[in-house]
Design a protein around this ligand. Structure first.
Ligand SMILES: Nc1ncnc2c1ncn2[C@@H]1O[C@H](COP(=O)(O)OP(=O)(O)OP(=O)(O)O)[C@@H](O)[C@H]1O
Ligand SMILES: [Mg+2]
Length: 234
């Protein structure tokens, strides 16, 4: 059984349908990426999983239970970690305050998790009392991941973690994602940096126009001539 099983999903915003019949499954411990052109609906997949976009048909099963009707807060309570594509930290709150908010649905502040996050991202540990808005782009992305990790999620949904990062920080970001996956957290990641994402992941999906186009092991997609020509710039 898959940890996350999206079947024949139609979804969008109000009456506007963006996704048509999307199928994506993620097994326990896997690292899966979704790539595709701008406007393909990649972020909409993530937003539908977490209850921000509207599910218009099909199902989203998480650990065997349909979560497609849940509110964002209820999804967070299922300990599904989500790092949005943009505006993923509170800039006028400190690093520490952001991490605390990441755990707001929990009954108790998980102090040990917080220490784990600071161990994983030492740059944050040096800046606990600084406003998140004063951090570099890379540090803000680490903080956004840290907030999601405060839930000790079984699965982490990452929407374009490398977007906007200086080129020398992109590799570091992908290394962090590898580490989180190696430590046992299942990853579903959307990436603009498609080649690197496919190189790093176990399996990948190519979405276009709100529909599935290709699905295979990351290496197989990278080696597929049609995929390369259509979606990876040759
Ligand atoms: N809040 C919204 N309300 C209405 N339409 C939206 C909303 N967000 C996205 N859309 C539309 O849904 C379609 C898919 O957008 P989505 O953000 O999922 O694409 P994407 O694959 O993530 O693109 P990108 O690579 O640019 O991030 C686009 O046509 C977009 O204009
Ligand atoms: Mg997007």
């Amino acid at each position: 059984m898959s940890l996350l099983d999206i079947v024949d999903l139609d979804a969008g915003y109000g009456d506007l349908q963006v996704l048509s019949g999307v199928d994506i499954h993620v097994d326990d411990g896997e690292y899966v990426t979704i790539v595709g052109p701008n406007g393909a609906g990649k972020s909409t997949v993530m937003k539908t999983i977490v209850g921000i976009a509207t599910c218009l048909g099909g199902s989203i099963e998480y650990q065997g239970t349909d979560i497609s009707g849940l509110s964002p807060e209820e999804v967070v309570r299922e300990r599904i970690g989500y790092v949005p594509q943009t505006n993923n930290v509170f800039p006028t709150l400190t690093v520490e305050e952001n991490l605390r908010l990441g755990a707001y649905v929990l009954d108790e502040m998980p102090e040990d998790r917080k220490r784990d996050v600071y161990d994983r991202f030492p740059a944050l540990a040096d800046r606990t009392d600084e406003d998140a808005g004063s951090l570099s782009g890379g540090q803000q992305q680490m903080l956004a991941m840290g907030c999601a990790l405060m839930l000790d999620p079984d699965v982490l949904l990452l929407d374009e973690p490398s977007a906007g990062l200086a080129p020398d920080l992109v590799d570091d970001m992908f290394d962090r994602v590898d580490e989180i996956n190696d430590a046992g957290t299942t990853i579903l990641m959307v990436e603009q940096n498609a080649k690197e994402a496919l190189r790093r992941c176990d399996r990948g999906y190519v979405l276009a126009n709100g529909r599935n186009r290709y699905e295979d092991d990351g290496d197989a997609l990278l080696g597929d001539e049609e995929v390369r020509r259509e979606f990876l710039g040759g």
